[in-house]
Design a protein around this ligand. Structure first.
Ligand code: PMP
Length: 399
């Protein structure tokens, strides 16, 4: 059977491909240090599991409303109110099977062939393919490390065309951990206010995993004049170690939310009733778990950044949030491995780390930014320390 063009336009996620490669090598008996993982290494908290078990016991095992249970949408509305002061009625919130699905549906609901989506690079690997799968055109804007890996008002202005439908802002970012300050968001908002046809999809999935003082600002709260143009997306996967439960959400303009729900009604009818009960418990329950995770991530971040910056040839800017470090490896490009092979690209270097020292990382080109690679520090300090030692050895062996 021939597949549709939209399928032929997309490639499998590089992170899923990397995870598969790691599994294969482990199955061969190799002791791989896996730094590719995009999910917390903690278990879902017990009170969240208990809420799911309770939901099963009391028979909450049927279809829910398409847009999610009233309890979960109320919990999300309450979070948006408490955290950002946003008054978003529960009717303007759509719950889906992970933030990934919600983002995909928002693009599906709005893109026609040739519509452009501005994607600042480094970007989360899925955005360009999600746009392509929905007939849109990804317009990747390079945001160099000198700019903190962030979109500047000038770059935004020059990327906007008559066909621009969306700008995607992911902060804290996967893969860099960078986030916009309130002043930076205001400056971007000034540009956006001059282009009323452009909407903004904010991906705030790492918002609670934050190392700077205060809280990471959200565009919808910073610039109320953009409120009818911002679709705020988030979920419980990263904050509550619930990646397998598949609950994410989007909040924004009524028309868009209605369209997302219309698509969801034909795709999955609704997200899992049991997972929704768990997500509501996560959002409304005790937040000690989140604080403990962030404290652990912070220690791992500090350790990783220090150890990486001690390695000649590598460097990394400390991430402000999330659990990834985006490491600059341009300093080793052009060198040769002990086997005489030249390290021409970040992909060559990632392969060399895997072959020589069994360290799995994801090369920067997968995120639209060659010359880098991503380390996930959602793993133990022992693994991180060992991995950095091996990385130092691998770099020292280059000539
Ligand atoms: N956005 C970003 C930036 C992510 O890193 C991820 C998870 N890798 C997601 C969205 C999707 O999260 P989920 O679908 O599990 O809610």
């Amino acid at each position: 059977m021939t597949t549709a063009q939209r399928v032929r336009r997309i490639k499998p996620s590089p992170s899923t491909a990397a995870a598969q490669r790691v599994r294969e090598l482990k199955a061969q008996g190799l002791a791989i240090l896996d730094l590719t993982v995009g999910e917390p290494d903690f278990d879902t908290p017990d009170h969240v599991k208990a809420a799911a078990i309770q939901a099963i016991r009391q028979g909450d095992t049927k279809y829910t409303p398409v847009n999610g249970t009233p309890q979960l949408r109320a919990a999300i509305a309450q979070k948006l109110k408490e955290r950002h002061g946003l008054d978003i009625p529960a009717g303007r919130i759509a719950v889906g099977g992970g933030a990934k699905q919600v983002i995909f549906l928002a693009l599906m609901a709005t893109l026609d062939a040739g519509d452009e989506v501005i994607i600042p690079a480094p970007y989360w690997v899925s955005y360009p393919d999600m746009v392509l799968a929905n007939d849109g055109t990804p317009l990747v804007v390079d945001c160099p490390e000198e700019d903190g890996f962030k979109l500047t008002p000038q770059r935004l202005e020059s990327a906007i065309t008559d066909r621009t439908r969306w700008v995607i802002l992911n902060a804290p970012s996967n893969p860099t951990g960078a986030a916009y300050t309130t002043a930076e968001l205001k400056a971007l908002a000034e540009v956006l206010l001059a282009h009323p046809h452009v909407h903004v999809l904010t991906d705030e999935i790492y918002d609670e995993i934050w190392y700077e003082p205060g809280e990471v600002p959200s565009l919808a709260a910073v610039e109320p004049r953009l409120n009818d143009r911002v679709f705020l997306t988030n979920g419980v996967s990263k904050t509550y170690a619930m990646t397998g439960w598949r609950i994410g959400y989007g909040a924004g303009p009524a028309e868009l939310v209605t369209a997302v729900n219309a698509l969801q009604s034909q795709i999955s009818s609704c997200p899992s009733s049991i997972s929704q009960a768990a997500a509501a418990a996560a959002l409304t329950g005790d937040q000690t778990f989140v604080r403990e995770c962030v404290a652990a991530y912070r220690g791992r971040r500090d350790l990783t950044v220090k150890l990486v910056n001690d390695i000649p040839g590598l460097s990394c800017t400390p991430p402000s949030g999330g659990f990834y470090a985006f490491v600059n490896c341009t300093g080793v490009q052009g060198k040769r491995t002990p086997a005489g092979e030249e390290i021409r690209t970040d992909e060559d270097f990632a392969r060399y780390l895997l072959d020589s020292e069994q360290i799995a990382v994801i090369h920067g080109a997968a995120y639209g930014s060659p010359g880098y690679f991503r380390i996930s520090f959602a793993t133990s300090t022992d693994v991180l320390t060992e991995a950095c030692e091996r990385m130092a050895r691998a770099c020292a062996a280059l000539r």
